[in-house]
Design a protein around this ligand. Structure first.
Ligand code: E4P
Ligand code: PEP
Length: 443
């Protein structure tokens, strides 16, 4: 058994108990023959970018659906998400004056850890929905059956999404001269759209000025875009791990960046063991109960050689906890000298159930957690390295508050998430403007 399989002997949480091991084995054998979705050289490039973030020279914008779905892997849905991400990135770059590393929570985010193994509705119990890679969202025995063939479908949908993303980000759509075009369907209908349009006007003038001066850099005509997802289903991630011909080292070619979730970051558990051996840049989610010893031990296990850009921490403490829970972690890591990037996920510590039964989040709590993140880093003289959000490019009504003032009784109108509530396009843009302002004030 190689190092890449050592996780098999360790406890692995959140793994579906597939009914038919032979069927799983056949699917895994198929997956192991599929072409890589990303290349090791691209993963190394992202590692370099994240090293710059850890040094305080760039900012990460990471986001996408809570749970991608097979039906949602359409050209329109992918374009809308990318468009929103690009708009947010432009706001952060221009108003925050910082290079932005753009990472989609896209092209692979098909598996979800759940708090409960089953769901009960009106006295009927079925397995919980664990993401389209595992079972279907519909509440029937058939849909909720764990079906390993879905892993192949997750691979194909990831390939499709990544192909579209590469085309959109390199094929002219992401050209900075399109800053107005990304907003055309949005401008008059929303305060965030109007504010964005004014900023786009300033960018247009700056571009015209630069062109008149003879400067038209290549970076203005496309963007670097990276994919990421939670490395939850270890059989899937292992099947997509390949030895890089250049270096002879293993990379998980299912995405550029993989992260370990809050529920599966046990030091001696399977997820940490698997991730220790792949050479991608990786991240770990840290919830409010994380101790500084946990963090130092994770660094020792996952990045013993202190490779810059290899390890990012995504904190998700909750708005009420971040100011107390984060400082000691940042202090201890800083004292240790380990080169880590810190990113704030202001979503996962701020979920609650509305009286209607919808899971939701308050936009103000999201802002407050980001504000707390900036305050802590400012006080400690460390770098607030980015944000990790759940958002969509559509006008859903899943989180309350924001410029359009969605209230709890509006949630049913367009509540479309397959798992946790996402910011809609207006809320995402509002957030980008506010974060840009916070960033500028810290620097
Ligand atoms: O996205 C994160 C988790 O999968 C999600 O918050 C779990 O939700 P649950 O508590 O409804 O299972
Ligand atoms: C499950 C997630 O988050 P966390 O591990 O932080 O709960 C997630 O980001 O989908």
């Amino acid at each position: 058994m190689t190092d890449l399989d050592a996780w098999r002997d360790l406890p692995a949480d959140q793994q579906p108990e597939w009914e038919d091991p032979a069927e799983l084995a056949a699917v895994i054998a198929q997956l192991a023959k599929q072409p890589p979705l990303v290349f090791a050289g691209e993963c190394d490039q992202l590692k370099d970018r994240l090293a710059a973030v850890a040094r305080g020279e760039a900012f990460v914008l990471q986001g996408g659906d809570c749970a991608e779905t097979f039906d949602g892997s359409s050209a329109d849905a992918v374009r809308n998400k990318l468009k929103t991400l690009l708009q947010m990135a432009v706001v952060l770059t221009y108003a925050g004056s910082v290079p932005v590393v753009k990472i989609g929570r896209m092209a692979g985010q098909f598996a979800k850890p759940r708090s409960k193994a089953t769901e009960i509705r009106d006295g009927v119990e079925h397995p919980a929905y664990r993401g389209d890679a595992v079972n279907g969202f519909e509440f029937t025995a058939e849909a909720r059956r764990y079906d390993p063939r879905r892993l192949l479908q997750a691979y194909y949908c990831s390939a499709m999404t990544l192909n579209l993303s590469r085309a959109f980000t390199k094929g002219g759509y992401a050209d900075l001269r399109q800053v107005h075009a990304w907003n055309q369907d949005f401008v008059s209908s929303s305060p965030a759209g109007q504010r964005y349009d004014r900023l786009a006007g300033e960018i247009d003038r700056a571009l015209a000025f630069m062109k008149a001066c003879g400067a038209d850099p290549e970076e203005f005509h496309g963007v670097e875009f990276y994919s990421s997802h939670e490395a939850l289903l270890l059989e899937y991630e292992r099947a997509l791990t390949r030895i890089d011909a250049r270096t002879g080292l293993p990379y998980d070619v299912s995405a550029h960046l993989l992260w370990i979730g809050e529920r599966t970051r046990g030091l001696d558990d399977a997820h940490v063991e698997f991730m220790r051996h792949i050479r991608n840049p990786i991240a770990v989610k840290l919830g409010p109960t994380t101790s500084s010893d946990d963090v130092l031990a994770l660094i020792e296990r996952l990045n013993p050689d202190q490779e810059p850009g290899r390890l990012t921490f995504i904190t998700r403490m909750g708005a009420g906890r971040i100011r107390d829970a984060l400082p000691s972690l940042v202090e201890k890591v800083t004292q240790s000298g380990a080169p880590v990037a810190w990113i704030c996920d202001p979503m996962h510590g701020n979920t609650f159930e509305a009286p209607s039964g919808h899971k939701t989040r308050r936009f103000d709590d999201v802002l407050d957690e980001v504000a707390g993140f900036f305050e802590v880093h400012r006080a400690l003289g460390t770098h607030p390295g980015g944000i990790h959000i759940e958002f969509t490019g559509d006008d859903v009504t899943e989180c309350v508050g924001g410029g359009h003032e969605i209230v709890e009784t509006d949630l049913h109108q367009r509540y479309e998430t397959a798992c946790d509530p996402r910011l809609n396009r207006g809320q995402s843009l509002d957030l980008a403007f506010i974060v840009a302002e916070m960033y500028r004030k810290t620097h």
